[in-house]
Design a protein around this ligand. Structure first.
Ligand code: TRP
Length: 468
């Protein structure tokens, strides 16, 4: 085995001299901000609903613990060990080898993901605006309850199927990202996360308290917390694994990028454990919010699927709640905050890549990478409107990018990443990063290392096999 190790002169703790996150809280807020996004707020409740409620929750928690945390440790150790962008970190740790291609695929994957993610983030911006002006509920007053669903459905289809309005909100979203990203790592990313993440938790708390006091909350909680193990199948397990990667921002270089900003004193183990625990907590809170609400308003559970939950079902609920418009505003702020901190991290992967590989300033790198997004995201946005007939492998541009990145690129990048960390990175990189050069005891190191070498590659292969 040791023959396979790349003998490299680069010590595991290459010092970068670049910008680092300023505080421990900043490290957690930024990393958590990346993790908590549409994945936990929107995708999780839908996955839980379709896959047996509590059974899915348990399976997801098991995946986070057994696979999520070790993979997060592998990825952050590459980032802080290499102290560079996703491509550069591989190059530093394995000079003269071709492992950097995995980093390049990560840059590609994150870029393709932001192209379509910006579109959905843009929709939330429009729905926030329409909640503030009241336009979202203008037609709903006096509409009989039974007709509400079709009213909001029609509204959503009209909106996302039109060309101009969603384009404008997508562009505003890209511009907001550029604004934060140009301000840099400490003044932009870290400061924005430090403000937005506490806000997100306050909002989640408000919503959970409200949901728990609804009549009929118990029924919803029972659905969410009582596991129906008969629902667990191989494909449900693969979904839980996929949700773990998606929700923890694993596998596509985001964590390599962010960890390159972690100070050398950052404890990777406690950081990864905290971020994973809080992300899971957000998912649980979303279940606690969504299921009691859906049950107490007698809505159809199958409505949680896809775009319907956020853009149809919840507006339907808000239109019937006392003070619903205020709740609606708060909800879309919550979603926007979650989406914004995630798009920032997705964008940062390619920005640091340009900054380091092509030696450009931060502002120029931001412009180089973000300006083409106006075109790519526009194509994704228009694929619900004028370009809906344009198909790639039978899918619209938006759906193609979503499927291709999540089902293919992400598992491939993640697979190479764990194999590299487990088997080929310079001797001792992983252990030295986890223990901060031997100064902290990591009792579970043998377990984590075993998972990264054997279990993680096998499980990622399972995800890939299920996609095929
Ligand atoms: N983790 C974020 C979220 O849940 C961002 C994200 C979405 C993401 N898709 C991803 C990160 C795929 C990594 C891989 O919204």
């Amino acid at each position: 085995m040791s023959k396979n190790k790349i003998s490299s002169s680069s010590a595991p703790n290459v010092s970068g001299g670049g910008t680092l996150f300023r505080t421990k809280a900043g490290v957690i807020a930024a990393t958590l901000g990346s993790a908590v996004g549409l994945g936990s707020i929107w995708r999780f409740p839908a996955e839980a609903q379709a896959n047996g409620g509590g059974a899915f929750l348990l399976l997801y928690m098991a995946c986070v613990l057994v696979l999520g945390i070790p993979v997060m440790l592998a990825e952050t150790s590459l980032g802080r060990g290499g102290r560079a962008d996703a491509v550069g970190s591989y190059m530093k740790l394995a000079p003269g080898h071709h492992w950097w291609i995995a980093g390049a695929l990560g840059v590609l994957a994150s870029y393709l993901i932001i192209s379509f993610y910006m579109v959905v983030a843009g929709w939330t911006l429009q729905y926030l605006w329409d909640s503030i002006t009241g336009a979202l509920y203008a037609g709903a007053d006096g509409t009989p309850v039974l007709a509400l669903e079709s009213t909001f459905h029609h509204r959503m289809e009209q909106y996302i199927g039109s060309d101009i309005a969603p384009l404008i909100s997508t562009f505003i979203m890209i511009a907001l990202n550029m604004g934060v990203l140009m301000m840099g790592v400490q003044k932009g990313i870290e400061r924005a996360s430090n403000i937005m993440m506490p806000l997100l938790f306050v909002l989640l708390l408000l919503f959970s308290i409200y949901a728990l006091t609804l009549p009929g909350a118990a029924e919803g909680l029972e659905f969410f917390f009582r596991p129906d193990f008969s629902k667990i199948t191989w494909s449900v397990a693969a979904n839980a694994l996929g949700q773990t990667f998606f929700s923890l921002s694993l596998g596509i270089g985001i964590l390599i990028t962010y960890a390159s900003y972690y100070p050398s004193s950052t404890n990777l183990v406690s950081t990864s454990a905290t971020v994973s625990a809080l992300t899971t907590f957000v998912a649980v809170m979303m279940g606690v919010i969504i299921f009691p609400t859906v049950f107490s308003f007698n809505l159809d559970l199958s409505q949680l699927r896809g775009t319907t939950l956020v853009f149809v079902t919840l507006p339907e609920v808000f239109s019937q709640m006392p003070g619903g418009r205020w709740w609606s505003i708060l909800f879309f702020v919550l979603l926007l905050v979650a989406a914004l901190t995630s798009t920032i991290s997705l964008s940062e992967v390619s920005i640091l890549f340009v900054q380091k590989r092509f030696h450009k300033s931060r502002v120029v790198s931001t412009l180089i990478m973000m300006c083409p997004l106006f075109v790519f995201s526009a194509l994704c946005s228009l694929s619900f409107g004028s370009l809906s007939d344009l198909k790639l492998f039978g899918l619209t541009i938006f759906n193609f990018l979503d499927t291709f990145t999540t089902n293919w690129l992400l598992p491939i990048c993640a697979l190479v990443m764990v194999i590299f960390t487990g088997w080929f990175a310079p001797r001792g990189t992983f252990r030295s990063q986890l223990t901060n050069g031997g100064t902290i005891a990591v009792r579970l190191y043998p377990v984590v290392s075993f998972i990264v070498r054997w279990v993680a590659p096998l499980l990622i292969l399972v995800i890939l096999a299920t996609s095929i």
